[in-house]
Design a protein around this ligand. Structure first.
Ligand code: C2E
Ligand code: CA
Ligand code: CA
Ligand code: CA
Length: 279
């Protein structure tokens, strides 16, 4: 009865852009999916813009539902964020990704890094630092090989709290990347306030390169800013050689996109690492 009450409350929620009835059934399916182990992780290479060597991987969650097929994280992450399941899923992803990186490092015989998305709710959770420590300790990973991706929005909800958490992350030598950089509503002041290491330029600014003058100007400004603040930059969603060349020529160090590697299962990532090693 409690479950039904909860669902109804969501269904008749008056707030705009609230969950659809379809989301409600998806939500129920998600709890089932956790029990059935339908969630898994894929890994997308982040490569050096010049050499195309794999420097690290971004962890991207996947859900393979027995009848719905692959459900996009763009659909299920917001639901998990609303119902709190993200804390469980996120903790699992962080730990599994750290363990997986150890294996990648052994195969590659060099210090790759792993980049993990942290949602706003996960970041604000009381247990977050415990979850982080557990992942590092359990995997035996060095914190310096871990990058945590957060958005501008996550920092802005409660900047004082964010400052504390980021300080604790820095103590563990984990690096912070700003995901979807430039798409939020925040001021640039936070780049001064918080210990940030990486800016990830959103695909929205890369997609229309090299044709779009405006996107070019924005990318140049971000690269300039990053240089002066000693931050690294990852260009996201690079799909063409022209986009890669454009960004590389303007000093962008790192590239992530379908051109240099789609998100892939761990065994495929290992094959990619092996292939490069023996070339
Ligand atoms: P994001 O963090 O911005 O991740 C990048 C998205 O761009 C991924 O979509 C990736 O597959 C896609 N992508 C990468 N290269 C290209 C490209 O060249 N072209 C195009 N069109 N797309 C590209 P995906 O895997 O569907 O994930 C969507 C979003 O879901 C992510 O956006 C992230 O916000 C969220 N997400 C995924 N996994 C996790 C997770 O483990 N935890 C949390 N909190 N969020 C996650
Ligand atoms: Ca990301
Ligand atoms: Ca992104
Ligand atoms: Ca994005």
């Amino acid at each position: 009865a409690k479950e039904t009450g909860k669902a109804r409350c969501v269904v008749y929620s008056p707030r705009q852009n609230g969950p659809s009835e379809h989301d409600i059934s998806l939500e129920a399916a998600m709890f089932q999916a956790v029990r059935e182990g339908e969630f898994m992780l894929h890994y997308q290479p982040i490569v050096d813009a010049r050499t195309r060597e794999i420097e690290g991987f971004e962890t991207l969650m996947r859900w393979k539902h027995p009848t719905l097929g692959m459900v996009s994280p763009a659909r299920f992450i917001p639901i998990a964020e609303t119902n709190g399941l993200i804390n469980l899923l996120g903790a699992w992803a962080l730990k599994a990704a750290c363990v997986q990186l150890k294996q990648f490092q052994e195969v590659a015989k060099r210090p790759l890094y792993i980049s993990v998305n942290i949602s706003p709710r996960q970041f604000r959770n009381d247990k977050f630092l415990d979850v982080l420590d557990d992942a590092i300790t359990y995997s035996g990973l060095s914190g310096e090989h871990l990058v945590l991706e957060i958005t501008e929005g996550t920092l802005m909800i409660d900047p004082a709290h964010a400052e504390t958490i980021l300080g604790k992350m820095a103590e563990r030598r984990a690096r912070i990347a700003i995901d979807d950089f430039g798409t939020g509503y925040s001021s640039l002041a936070y780049l001064k306030r918080f210990p940030i290491s990486v800016l990830k330029i959103d695909r929205a600014f890369i997609r229309d390169l090299p044709g779009s003058q405006k996107d070019g100007a924005i990318c140049n400004a971000v690269l300039d800013l990053a240089r002066h603040l000693s931050l690294s930059v990852v260009a996201e969603g690079v799909e063409t050689e022209e986009q890669l060349a454009y960004m590389r020529e303007r000093g962008c160090q790192y590239i992530q996109g379908y051109l240099t590697g789609k998100p892939m299962a761990a065994n495929v990532a290992i094959a990619a690492l092996n292939e490069r090693r023996y070339k």
